[in-house]
Design a protein around this ligand. Structure first.
Ligand code: 5GP
Ligand code: MN
Length: 795
C-alpha cells in the first residue's frame, strides 16, 4: 500500500490528511451518524479527488475548502493517475478541471470513471469557464458524459467551500444512503424466504433467488410482467381480486397461498403481503414474503416432518404477529401513518394464524400439505374439499337443494331451527309446571305380580312388532313403568346400578308422571315406545359387540327420560314464544337440555327413587355423561351431523373391511372400529335417534296411529300460534288443509331413509326396513287416491 502511494505521489497525486487538523469553527467530526429509514449508518470523512493538470487558484481554492470542511483531498494531474486513485479510494466527490482542453479531455475522463463500478455513487463535478451571458452553454454534453453538475470557475475559498457543503448535504448524502441499499439487496438476495416486490399496479419489480428457485423461473421471466400474467399465479385472478381489496386498504395480509411452479405443481406457501408506502404517501410497492410450507418434491416419507415444520412455521408467524409493533412491519409500511391499521389483520389472515390449533386447522394443514405432491386433478379436488371444510355448517344440507316440497321445508324449519324466527315482545310463559313428586303410595306390584292383562300385553316385547298401544290401554296410559320394569330386568339394570327393584319402580313412576298425558304424541307411551326400540336395537348382534353394559344401561335410561316434561310444542315454538325454558337455555337445544336436566333433578332429589345412589362416583359420572349425550343427540338440529358422523366413522370403515374379507386380523380391525370410545358414542347417538323417530318403521297400523298423533300435536301448536299471534312455524300442519300422507312422505324422505339405511347397514334390521318400505307405499297410495278423488271425473 505504502509503495503504491509513493508511486502515486511520484505521478502527482497529493494526499492531504485533513482529519488530523483542528481548524477552528470549520472542523467537523471525522465520522457522522446518518439515519436512513430504520438504519443507522456511519458516514466516514468525505474524500475529494481534484483532477487539475496544473496547480492554480481554482485548485488551491478547493484544496483549502476541503481543509475547512474537514474532507480528505487528493489531487491528480493526469487522467491515468486520477483513475488509478479513484479505483483505489472510491472518492465521494471528484472535481475535474474542464477549462483547458489542451491538457486532457475532461469528458473522456468522466466517461472512463463512470465505466468503473464504484463510480455508481460518486458525485462528479466539472469546473467550467465563466462565460458571458450570451455564450451560456448547454449542460447536456456534461450530463451525457456522466457529470453530476458543473461548477463555474470561482477560486474564492468561500465559494469553493459552499459548493462542497451543498454537495455534502445534497447529492453525496443521497448517494451514501443509496449505497446502504446494497446491504438490503444482499439480504434479499440471500434470504431463504422467497421474496417478490411488485409495484402498486402489480408489476413485478423484483424477485430474489429463493423465489426463482421455488418457482422454477428465472428472474427475467418474471420481472416487468404483470402479476396476473405470469404462470405462477395461473387461475388465481379471483384470489388476487380478494387480495386486492384486502390490501387496497393498506393493511398487511397473511395467509396460505397456492402458486404454480414451472412444472405445474401447486406450491403451498404461507404468504405475507405488506404494502409499502412511498412517493406522495401512496402505496408504491407490495412486498410478498413467502415461506413454502413444504419442501418441494421430497420423498413421501418426509411429509410428516414437513407438515410439522409447516405448523411451526405458522406458529412462528403467529409470534411475529404478537409483536406487530416491532420493526418488521412498521418500517416497511407507513412511517407516520396509522399504526393500528397495520396491527389489524384481514379476517382471512386470522383464519390461518389462530393461536389455538383446532382439529379443523390441523385437517386443513394436512390437506394443504397433501395437495402439494399431488397431481393436478387431485389438488383441484382437494381445493373443493377445503372450500367445503371452511364453511361452518358441515352437517346440515342446504335448504331447498334436496327437496322443494313444502312439507319438507316446514319440517326442516320446524324441527331444525331454534329461535331464528322468534318475534320479540311476544312473551309466552308456559303454564308453570308442577313437578310430580314421588307419590307416598304407589301400587306395590313387582315383576312377579303384574296384572295378567298387562303381562300379556308385554309378552312379545322382544319383537319389533310389539304393539305399544295395547300396553297403553292395558296400563291405563302407564306403559312406561311396566315396560321399564320388564326391560330393565332383562338387561340387569338393577344389579348394574346396585339398586333395588323398588327404587327402580319409584323412579319409573316419577319419570312417567312427568310426561304429559295430555300430549297426543309426546306422552309416556312415546317414551315407552322409544325404550322398546332401544332395547330391540341393543339386542342386535353388532350392537352387542360394540357396547359395554354401562352403555346399554345408559341407553335404556336415556330412552326412558328423553322427552320427560315435553310440553307438546317444538323448540321453535318455545323460542318464538320467549318461554321460560327458552330463556333458561338461550334458545339452544331447549327441550333436550330440559329433558336431561329434569331427569337428573327428579332422580337425585329423593333417595326413594334415586337409582344412582349406590353407584361408585366415577362410574356415575361416566353413566351420567352418556345419558346426557344421548338425550341431547335427539335434538333435530344436529340430525345430519350425527347421521353423517356415523356413516363416515362406522359404516365406511366397516364396509372397507368387509371388502377385504378374509384378510388376516380382520376380526381385530372390526372390533377396533366398533369399540373405540369415540365410535361407541356415535353408535349410541345413532341408536337413540333411530329409536326416537322409528315410528315410520313400525307395523303399518302403529305407524298410522303415530302419524295421527304427531300431526294432532302439530295442529294444536299451529292453532296455538294463530291464537297467540306467534309465527306459524309449520304452516302445512294446519288441521284444515294438511295432507298427512304428504307430510309423512316428506319426513321419511328427508330424515328417515338415509338414517335407517345407515343403521340397517350396521345393525342388520330387515324387518324394520320392510315396514318402512310398506308404510311409505301405503302413504304414497293414499296420497294418490286423495289426489284422484279431488280431481274432477273425466268427461
Ligand atoms: P323427539 O321430540 O321425539 O325427541 O324428537 C323427534 C322429533 O321428530 C320430534 O320433534 C317429532 O315431532 C318428530 N317426529 C317424530 N316422528 C315423526 C313423524 O312421523 N312425522 C313427523 N312429521 N315428525 C315426526
Ligand atoms: Mn322423542
Amino acid at each position: 500500500m505504502r509503495a503504491m502511494y509513493k508511486a502515486m505521489e511520484r505521478k502527482g497525486v497529493k494526499t492531504l490528511e485533513n482529519s488530523q487538523l483542528h481548524n477552528g469553527p470549520f472542523h467537523k467530526a471525522a465520522v457522522t451518524d446518518v439515519q436512513f429509514g430504520p438504519m443507522r449508518l456511519q458516514q466516514d470523512q468525505l474524500q475529494v479527488l481534484l483532477v487539475f493538470a496544473k496547480e492554480d487558484s481554482q485548485s488551491n481554492g478547493f484544496c483549502w475548502a476541503c481543509e475547512k470542511a474537514g474532507f480528505t483531498c487528493n489531487i491528480a494531474r493526469t487522467p491515468e493517475t486520477a483513475l488509478e486513485s479513484f479505483v483505489d479510494k472510491h472518492h465521494d466527490i471528484i472535481i475535474i478541471d474542464h477549462r483547458h482542453s489542451r491538457y486532457f479531455d475532461a469528458e473522456a475522463l468522466c466517461r472512463s470513471i463512470r465505466a468503473t463500478k464504484p463510480s455508481e455513487n460518486a458525485v462528479i463535478i466539472a469546473v467550467v469557464r465563466r462565460q458571458s451571458d450570451r455564450d451560456e452553454a448547454s449542460v447536456m454534453p456534461l450530463i451525457a458524459a456522466g457529470f453530476t453538475r458543473r461548477y463555474v470557475e470561482n477560486s474564492n475559498i468561500m465559494a469553493c467551500y459552499n459548493e462542497l457543503i451543498q454537495l455534502e448535504f445534497g447529492e453525496v448524502l443521497a448517494q451514501f444512503k443509496l449505497r446502504a441499499c446494497n446491504s438490503l439487496f444482499t439480504t434479499l438476495e440471500r434470504s431463504q424466504e422467497a421474496i417478490e416486490i411488485t409495484s402498486e399496479d402489480h408489476l413485478i419489480e423484483y424477485v430474489n433467488p429463493a423465489f426463482e428457485s421455488t418457482m422454477g423461473y428465472q428472474k427475467d421471466e418474471l420481472v416487468g410482467k404483470e402479476l396476473t400474467e405470469v404462470p405462477v399465479n395461473e387461475k388465481k385472478s379471483d384470489f388476487l381480486d380478494t387480495l386486492n381489496s384486502c390490501i387496497k386498504t393498506g393493511k398487511e395480509w397473511e395467509g396460505i397461498y397456492y402458486a404454480k411452479n414451472k412444472n405445474g405443481d401447486n406450491i403451498q406457501q404461507n404468504v405475507k403481503i405488506i404494502p409499502v408506502f412511498g412517493h406522495r404517501g401512496k402505496i408504491r410497492h407490495y412486498v410478498s414474503i413467502c415461506r413454502p410450507c413444504n419442501d418441494n418434491n421430497k420423498a413421501e416419507k418426509q411429509r410428516e416432518r414437513v407438515q410439522a415444520e409447516c405448523q411451526t412455521d405458522l406458529q412462528t408467524c403467529r409470534h411475529k404477529d404478537r409483536r406487530k409493533g416491532s420493526l418488521d412491519v412498521r418500517s416497511t409500511t407507513s412511517r407516520g401513518s396509522d399504526g393500528s391499521s397495520q396491527r389489524r389483520h384481514s379476517s382471512m389472515a386470522r383464519i390461518h394464524s389462530m393461536t389455538i390449533e383446532a382439529p379443523i386447522t390441523k385437517v386443513i394443514n394436512i390437506i394443504n400439505a397433501a395437495q402439494e405432491n399431488s397431481p393436478m386433478p387431485v389438488a383441484e379436488a382437494l381445493d373443493r374439499v377445503l372450500e367445503i371444510l371452511r364453511t361452518t355448517e358441515l352437517y346440515s344440507p342446504q335448504l331447498g337443494t334436496k327437496d322443494e316440497d313444502p312439507h319438507t321445508n316446514d319440517l326442516v324449519g320446524g324441527l331444525m331451527t331454534d329461535g331464528s324466527r322468534r318475534l320479540s315482545g311476544n312473551e309466552y310463559i308456559l303454564s308453570a309446571k308442577q313437578i310430580h313428586p314421588v307419590p307416598g303410595f304407589i301400587s306395590t306390584f313387582s315383576l312377579t305380580d303384574i296384572p295378567p292383562r298387562i303381562a300379556q300385553a308385554m309378552e312379545n316385547e322382544e319383537k319389533w312388532e310389539f304393539n305399544i298401544f295395547e300396553l297403553e290401554t292395558a296400563t291405563h296410559k302407564r306403559p312406561l313403568v311396566y315396560l321399564g320394569l320388564k326391560m330393565f330386568a332383562r338387561f340387569g339394570v338393577c344389579s348394574f346400578l346396585n339398586c333395588s327393584e323398588a327404587t327402580l319402580r319409584s323412579w319409573l313412576h316419577v319419570i312417567e308422571s312427568n310426561y304429559h298425558a295430555g300430549n297426543s304424541y309426546h306422552n309416556s307411551t312415546h317414551s315407552a315406545d322409544v325404550l322398546h326400540a332401544t332395547a330391540y336395537f341393543l339386542s342386535k348382534e353388532r350392537v352387542k359387540q360394540s357396547l359395554d353394559q354401562i352403555d346399554e344401561v345408559a341407553a335404556l335410561i336415556a330412552a326412558t327420560v328423553h322427552d320427560v316434561d315435553h310440553p307438546g310444542r317444538t323448540n321453535s315454538f318455545l323460542c318464538n314464544a320467549g318461554s321460560e325454558l327458552a330463556i333458561l337455555y338461550n334458545d339452544t337445544a331447549v327441550l333436550e337440555s330440559h329433558h336431561a336436566a329434569l331427569a337428573f333433578q327428579l332422580t337425585t332429589r329423593d333417595d326413594k327413587c334415586n337409582i344412582f345412589k349406590n353407584m361408585e362416583r366415577n362410574e356415575y359420572r361416566t353413566l351420567r355423561q352418556a345419558i346426557i349425550d344421548m338425550v341431547l343427540a335427539t335434538e333435530m338440529t344436529k340430525h345430519f351431523e350425527h347421521v353423517n358422523k356415523f356413516a363416515n366413522s362406522i359404516n365406511k370403515p366397516l364396509a372397507a373391511l368387509e371388502e377385504s374379507e378374509g384378510s388376516i386380523g380382520e376380526d381385530d380391525s372390526v372390533k377396533n372400529v366398533l369399540t373405540t370410545p369415540e365410535n361407541r358414542i356415535l353408535i349410541k347417538r345413532m341408536l337413540i335417534k333411530c329409536a326416537d323417530i322409528s315410528n315410520p318403521c313400525r307395523a303399518l297400523e302403529q305407524c298410522i296411529e303415530w302419524a295421527g298423533r304427531i300431526s294432532e300435536e302439530y295442529f294444536a301448536q299451529t292453532d296455538d300460534e294463530k291464537r297467540q299471534g306467534l309465527p306459524v312455524v309449520m304452516p302445512v300442519f294446519d288441521r284444515n288443509t294438511c295432507s298427512i300422507p304428504k307430510s309423512q312422505m316428506g319426513f321419511v324422505d328427508y330424515f328417515i331413509t338415509d338414517m335407517f339405511d345407515a343403521w340397517d347397514a350396521f345393525a342388520d334390521l330387515p324387518n324394520v326396513m320392510q315396514h318402512l318400505d310398506n308404510n311409505f307405499k301405503y302413504w304414497k297410495g293414499l296420497d294418490e287416491r286423495q289426489l284422484r278423488s279431488l280431481r274432477p271425473p273425466p268427461e
